[in-house]
Design a protein around this ligand. Structure first.
Ligand code: ADP
Ligand code: TYD
Length: 207
């Protein structure tokens, strides 16, 4: 059986990843592909427990390295339990965030360094790489405003402006490092963004 594709959506909080993943999931289903969606941190029973620890607003004393390792631990479980088996059985896997989020939020935002975060995650991923990465860009203030209108902000979203500014710069930096990241302007209608994502995917898979 043909190996499936790992498609990751990245970008600041509230840029529209979850919205686009839902549309992409429908698109693949209509086209007759087997598809699964995952989110990070989370996506398995164990990883969702780790997610609750990471995002809990009461856990303000968590050290930056503990945070980075917990994200990697959640990712390791998701990789082994869900992503690798799905790809091996030919499924399309759509990820709401992937290792690039750690490189940006923990590497740049928390100033642990992108290289250190990359190393930790090499242990978690053991060779797994995304085939296509979309980075949806919007000003971080706009994303947080969208989130605020949607629900209560979590621990990471509540860190403060300086952190989110650094995260935003981190996303620009990571786009320069990885050629495979496709930058998508998130300040357009949901439908326009969806069409652009589909165009790239159809080019990649040749349909
Ligand atoms: P993320 O998963 O990146 O945090 P969401 O998909 O949850 O973002 O979107 C955050 C909020 O913004 C939701 O209320 C969603 O309906 C809205 N939204 C998503 N995409 C757009 C868009 N292109 N324009 C305006 N609002 C949007
Ligand atoms: P989530 O609600 O899933 O993201 P979004 O607001 O984009 O829908 O929350 C995940 C939070 O965790 C988000 O603020 C980004 C952060 N994060 C990291 O700091 N490092 C990581 O490796 C990942 C996957 C997420």
């Amino acid at each position: 059986m043909k190996q499936g594709l790992l498609i990751a959506l990245e970008g600041p909080d509230g840029c529209g990843k979850t919205t686009q993943i839902q549309l992409l999931d429908n698109y693949f289903k209509i086209k007759g592909f087997d598809v699964i969606k995952t989110r990070e941190p989370g996506g398995t029973a164990i990883s969702e427990k780790i997610r609750n620890i990471i995002l809990d607003n009461n856990n303000n004393e968590m050290s930056d390295m503990c945070e980075a390792l917990l994200y990697a631990a959640s990712r390791a479980q998701l990789t082994d339990e869900v992503i690798k088996p799905a790809l091996n059985s030919g499924k399309m896997v759509i990820c709401d965030r992937f290792v690039y989020s750690s490189m940006v939020y923990q590497g740049v935002g928390r100033e642990l360094g992108m290289d250190a975060i990359k190393s930790i995650n090499e242990a978690a991923l053991r060779g797994l790489e995304a085939d296509i990465v979309f980075m949806i860009t919007i000003p971080y203030e706009q994303g947080l405003e969208r989130k605020r209108n949607q629900r209560e902000l979590d621990r990471l979203e509540n860190v403060g402006d300086n952190f989110h500014k650094k995260v935003f710069e981190g996303y620009s930096k990571i786009c320069e490092i990885y050629d495979k990241i496709i930058v998508i302007d998130g300040n357009r209608s949901i439908e326009e963004i969806h069409r652009e994502i589909i165009t790239h995917i159809e080019q990649k898979i040749g349909i």
